[in-house]
Design a protein around this ligand. Sequence first.
Ligand SMILES: Cc1ncc(COP(=O)(O)O)c(C=O)c1O
Length: 418
Amino acid sequence: MSETGRTGQIYNEIQTPCYIIYREELDRGIEELKQALAQYWPRAIVGYSFKTNALPWAMIQMKQAGFYAEVVSEDEYDLAMKLGFEHVIYNGPVKGKRSFDDALKRGYIINLDAKRELDWLEAYAGTDIAVGLRVNFDVESECPGETSGGQEGSRFGFSYETGEFAEALERLKRMNIRLAGLHMHCGSKTRSINIYRALARKACELKKEFDLNPDYIDLGGGYFGGMPNKPHFADYVKAIREELLPAYSPEDTTLIMEPGTSIITPPIEYVVSVVDVKKTYAGQFAVTDGSRIDVDPLHRKSSYFYEVQSERTSSPGQSPAAFSEQEQTAPQERKTIAKQTVCGFTCMEDDRIFEMKDQPELRVGDRIAFKKSGGYTMCLTPLFIRYFPRVYVEEAGTYRIVRDAWGPDEYMSGSHLV
Ligand SMILES: Cc1ncc(COP(=O)(O)O)c(C=O)c1O
């Protein structure tokens, strides 16, 4: 059995294209986060970010782990309800009014992100509710080159610099509605600890400047997870603690984290099979039954953690022998090819997943497993040419389907034909 727990016979039977969730690795990430919080800020809530990948099976694991559902639309809100979540963090700039009212009624955490939500709150003036405010401030100047918004800034939350944050606080005060917390999430390109230090420092400054006493500080998502040479959850929470301590106490203030990719990306693999090898005047192409739209839907990636599994080198009942970029253990009989382009099934010329340079020749029947593929893949896959691939969960060496591949029936669901 390899480190990912494969047992050849069963692994060989999986049908590609597919995603595989490695259960042990998923649990390991969840545990690591819980331990980091227990060590550095035990009064904590984790809201799993639905948008990152809301596969129903995975969401049930998050619920069982005690995580809240972090949702940013009425659809996500309704999905959380359908999945039986009893705790929700409702974020985002375009919440639905029905779900907003429902969340207030149920006492869920709501972080306001739009003025119309303040308008909606007028109906609750003077009642015993509390809401959080998403803060917009210039993180880029504190962490140059790091934020997703860059010089253009972020469009989320209420701006500190223009006074919209102060106005929102003022409106809450006028309505006699308590400020429950500060939502500080900032998307970054770097996922660096610096970002969280800057966010936590700002939360301290805001407390002082506006004389606030929030129940929680929500640092949002955007962490690394399961990457050996990158920060771990403990590194982030330790740094956040250091920055928050001057103004907040771990006994009285709840720390909220909203991880998505750091939890769900590491344990998921996307596996495709080579169905044809073409040699043209311009190069060599390995055509697969998968697609770039399933593994890099935003066409941003230039490299992947991947493993090639050569069927020809394994006999039935054995694990397929693997050669990878790192290991360089190519099967002896294969010649090395200067450049092979691994392509997808769609009829788009740009469905080229990646180029393999100076690697053993790919052959029909080989499989390629793209590791760490769980975040912003399944949820961004379009229904283009082929429908959603099946999803397996690997547990103790066995593979079971937790989502069937979609076909025309699922595609047509909800359609009215006349
Ligand atoms: C408010 C909020 N929380 C959490 C997340 C999750 O981020 P990630 O998947 O990078 O951890 C996002 C992502 O955009 C977000 O906008």
